[in-house]
Ligand binder design. Structure first.
Ligand code: GDP
Length: 452
């Protein structure tokens, strides 16, 4: 790669702005919405199979590949794994039959480009799921409806995962009541599970009822995934795919109106015309060519020379899109790095040294050293005050030892004060999803609460 420090081109004048109403442009454009989701649930609930089926039905994988997987799977006596392999092509994970990493997979419909941040159900793999949840617009909770399995899932990771994604600020949940083929598509079994889960999700996990949807399905057989089931005669509602398409707009519409925030994932040099480019997914707001921008924490100001969305040149970009921004030479490449945030020059993100967050504890929490992980940013910090223990369903201060606790126990929700040990603070604002780590372990996850 080029040595960026030597490309000392100074841009004389910014290009003329077309002064587009970007949101208007976006709404009338054929640009697809982009949506990230995470798949959660107990081990063996059928998560990989379900996603494999979705990719297969949407022709992301072809018949020949599937047949190859089927032959390989049959050879080792696990023919039912073929569909799940679609998700983790070519990895050694096949030998265990479980998905280990967050496999990234994309598929698209007429309206939306979806990114699956796959989250496996094995107990040790919770850290991966957290990484996925931090980027997710919504979650799919897969439940094994077969006899005994639903019940053991409840004791296992079904509830744990639901609470965890909620604690990370994920509001929308699609519950796939899976493997119904194994109980003869029993409507009473489905009703029993949906009633119990709805009660749990709205009370203990704190989801709003209107943000939860259920679908009876079989990932293995392909019922109600992209096509209505012929075996499940009593159900006439939306398929899983219908629910995916309906799940996306709310969070994105909200993000569009905010000020520009582009957490930088890469800094590079595109060409002599564009010696400094940054790439990342815009989390809030919109941008167009000639807009003045500022890098945080660097505080360097410049303007936008060019934009590419999903590698195609564009006059503009909006929240949710994967974007490359070509920057003017006023900005020094040496002073910008992954984890920084590109902002609108008039409304930059603030740098915070102290903030309040709402968290879900995995370990005992008390005033202590830790590190905070926010997207690509990883900073030393301290938990400086324990403010209250919260009731998980209402989010209000719990009765009893709720106020000024001396310790937060595992599985408790709490409000705490964090002090960052970085001079000048770190770019953080309300709603940011945060992971707290200590001694290489995740000790809590949560969301920033205070606005300023
Ligand atoms: P994961 O651990 O949640 O990713 O689960 P897998 O997708 O690996 O599935 C676990 C097992 O359940 C495999 O043997 C699958 O073939 C089987 N399975 C998954 N979905 C279904 C389904 O809808 N019906 C039936 N009968 N079996 C399924």
């Amino acid at each position: 790669s080029e040595d960026l420090s030597k490309t000392a081109i100074t841009d004389s004048k910014p290009p003329r702005s077309k002064n587009l109403d970007v949101l208007q442009e976006y709404r009338k454009s054929a640009a697809k919405r982009s949506s990230n989701f995470v798949v959660i649930g107990h081990v063996d609930a059928g998560k990989s199979t379900l996603m494999g089926r979705l990719l297969y039905d949407l022709k992301v994988v072809d018949q020949r590949t599937i047949e190859k997987y089927q032959r390989e799977a049959a050879k080792i006596g696990k023919s039912s794994f073929a569909m799940a392999w679609v998700l983790d092509q070519g990895s050694e994970e096949r030998e265990h039959g479980i998905t280990i990493d967050i496999a990234m997979n994309k598929f698209e419909t007429d309206k939306t480009v979806f990114m699956i941040l796959d989250a496996p159900g094995h107990k040790d793999f919770v850290p991966n799921m957290i990484a996925g949840a931090a980027q997710a617009d919504f979650a799919i909770l897969v439940i094994d409806a077969s006899t005994g399995s639903y019940e053991s899932g409840l004791k296992g990771q079904t509830k744990e995962h639901a609470i965890l994604v909620r604690s990370m600020g994920v509001q929308r949940l699609i519950v796939a009541v899976n493997k119904l083929d194994m109980v003869d598509w029993s409507q009473s079994r489905y009703d029993e599970i949906t009633q119990q889960m709805e009660a749990f999700l709205t009370s203990a996990a704190g989801f709003q009822k209107s943000n939860i949807s259920f679908v009876p399905c079989s990932g293995l057989k392909g019922d109600n995934i992209t096509k209505p089931s012929t075996d499940c005669k009593w159900y006439t509602g939306p398929t899983l795919l219908n629910l995916l398409e309906a799940a996306e707009p709310t969070s994105q519409e909200r993000a569009l109106n905010g000020p520009l925030r582009l957490p930088v994932s890469q800094v590079f040099s595109s060409s002599t015309q564009f010696p400094l480019s940054v790439a990342g997914r815009i989390t809030s707001g919109s941008i167009q060519v000639a807009d003045p921008v500022i890098t945080i924490p660097g505080g360097q100001q410049g303007y936008v020379k060019g934009i590419a969305v999903d590698d195609e040149p564009s006059d503009w970009a909006v929240a949710g899109q994967n974007t490359t921004i070509h920057l003017s030479a006023d900005i020094d490449a040496k002073l910008i790095k992954g984890g920084d945030v590109l902002c609108s020059a008039s409304m930059p993100i603030s740098l915070r040294q102290v903030f309040i967050m709402k968290l879900l504890a995995f370990e005992h929490i008390m005033p202590m050293f830790c590190s905070i992980v926010v997207g690509r940013l990883d900073a030393s910090a301290r938990i400086t005050r324990l403010l209250s223990i919260l009731d998980k369903s209402t989010g209000k201060v719990a009765s009893g030892r709720g106020k000024k606790p001396r310790v937060v126990k595992p599985n408790e929700a709490a409000r705490v004060e964090i002090t960052v040990d970085v001079e000048g603070g770190v770019p953080i604002e309300q709603g940011a999803r945060i992971v707290l780590r200590a001694d290489g372990e995740t000790i809590a996850t949560g969301v920033v609460e205070d606005a300023k």
